[in-house]
Ligand binder design. Structure first.
Ligand SMILES: Cc1cc2nc3c(=O)[nH]c(=O)nc-3n(C[C@H](O)[C@H](O)[C@H](O)COP(=O)(O)OP(=O)(O)OC[C@H]3O[C@@H](n4cnc5c(N)ncnc54)[C@H](O)[C@@H]3O)c2cc1C
Length: 379
């Protein structure tokens, strides 16, 4: 006997909620997204959009998922373009991680060795080789990690394209619609509560980004996601003196197709405060001369901040909610939510519609935090 697909209600219209809506609707589910502000109005709209899994996915549990997600981007972007006519600015690039001193070099060479041993074609480049490819970089570097399999994407365009394509597949979006709780019958959620009434649900997906702790209260289980503010800015440079994504310690920069250079990003634990601060700006702007002196005179464009959904072990929290038969959690993607959106959506869609729990989700299970207590950084 085949069961009808459940009516799924997704709380949160960031990249994770929209990607899940798009995947579920593609597999035949009827889906409604509740977003209390606008699509991509929070972290997903603030992100840089760098997709460089071999540099970023440090935890083993995330590495395989990030590589798989990376593979899914090309076909996904193609189908989004075809379905919506929108261009998410998915651009192939290269990524460098610059070593300025011996300690940097040691850290970078260790990562390269590990990656090469596991079959990845990344390389150490000496100073002259780096400057041959990117001659405008500050020449005092020792060398760099170099990977030609990196991309960047425009996170707002990408999230909007996911939402529009989902809409064409029948997903209903309610923006300005805040969820405030769940109605339940035993272990089943029966509806999502809003200030204006309730919305019946056969299944609920909680994808509320840095606000997941409130959702945890609704389902009476800890969902330890807390905000990590990221300040980020753009300057204008046409033509851009660099072509690649350049990391230097905690700072990075890369050119977008519109002639702006993105410079990011701080990681700060200041609660739900999205201010752009003098300290944040001065750190970001101060990083420019030691990476690419040619950009020091570039006109400033704008700066903004977003709240990344961080977790105690920096791994996402994805899987069935403990004690509930039809509530799924998809949150806590911290610095990698854009990169991990396609694979998260694919795995959640299979979990809900086919009941298949992919073994790669095991380390991301919400159950690992069943008895979690916050420390002062995690408020
Ligand atoms: C400066 C910066 C740079 C970044 N760079 C990158 C990068 O280069 N690559 C990368 O992969 N990732 C990057 N990230 C991280 C990425 O932005 C996040 O991991 C990702 O956007 C998380 O998506 P999300 O949908 O879980 O959260 P969000 O985008 O925050 O979406 C959650 C949504 O839920 C809504 N919501 C919350 N509570 C409720 C409620 N009760 N009812 C209804 N709606 C609700 C919110 O309004 C919000 O729109 C960056 C983040 C920042 C801030």
């Amino acid at each position: 006997m085949t069961h009808p697909a459940p009516d799924v209600v997704i709380v949160g219209g960031g990249v994770i909620g929209c990607a899940i809506a798009h995947a579920l609707a593609g597999a035949g589910a009827r889906v409604t997204v509740l977003e209390r502000a606008g699509i991509a109005s929070e972290s997903s709209g603030a992100a840089a959009g760098i997709l460089a899994p071999r540099l970023h996915a440090t935890a083993e549990a995330m590495f395989a998922l990030a590589l798989e997600s990376h593979k899914q981007f090309g076909p996904l972007v193609e189908s989004l373009r075809a379905e919506t006519g929108l261009d998410p600015e998915y651009i192939r690039s290269s990524v460098f991680d610059l070593a300025h001193d011996e300690k940097d070099e040691e850290r970078i060479r260790d990562r390269i060795t590990w990656l090469r041993e596991t079959g990845h074609d990344v390389r150490w480049l000496d100073r002259e080789e780096v400057l041959e490819i990117e001659p405008a970089l500050e020449p005092g570097i020792r060398g760099a990690y170099f990977d030609t399999d990196a991309y960047h994407i425009h996170p707002i365009r990408f999230t909007n394209a996911l939402a529009q394509a989902a809409g064409r597949r029948g997903v209903r979006f309610h923006t300005g619609a805040e969820a405030i709780g769940l109605e339940r019958s035993g272990s089943h959620a029966t509806a999502v509560r809003m200030p204006t009434g309730t919305l019946p649900a056969g299944h609920v997906v909680l994808a509320a980004g840095a606000w997941m702790r409130s959702c945890g209260e609704w389902i009476d289980t800890p969902v330890p996601v807390y905000p990590a503010r990221g300040q980020i800015l753009t300057i204008s440079a046409v033509p851009p003196p660099i072509r690649s994504i350049i990391y230097a310690g905690d700072a990075y920069l890369f050119p977008r197709v519109d002639g702006s250079i993105v410079i990011g990003a701080t990681v700060e634990h200041v609660g739900y405060d999205k201010s752009v601060t003098a300290r944040g700006l001065s750190w970001l702007l101060g990083s420019i001369p030691s990476i690419c002196p040619a950009l020091a005179e570039a006109p400033f464009e704008r700066a903004w901040a977003g709240l990344r959904p961080e977790t105690p072990d920096a791994l996402p929290i994805v899987g069935p909610a403990r004690g509930w038969a039809n509530v799924t959690i998809a949150a806590g993607h911290f610095r990698n939510g854009i990169m991990l959106a396609p694979i998260t959506a694919a795995l959640i869609s299979r979990l809900i519609l086919e009941g298949v729990a992919d073994p790669r989700l095991a380390p991301l299970s919400p159950d690992r935090f069943a008895s979690w207590e916050p420390n002062s950084d995690q408020q």
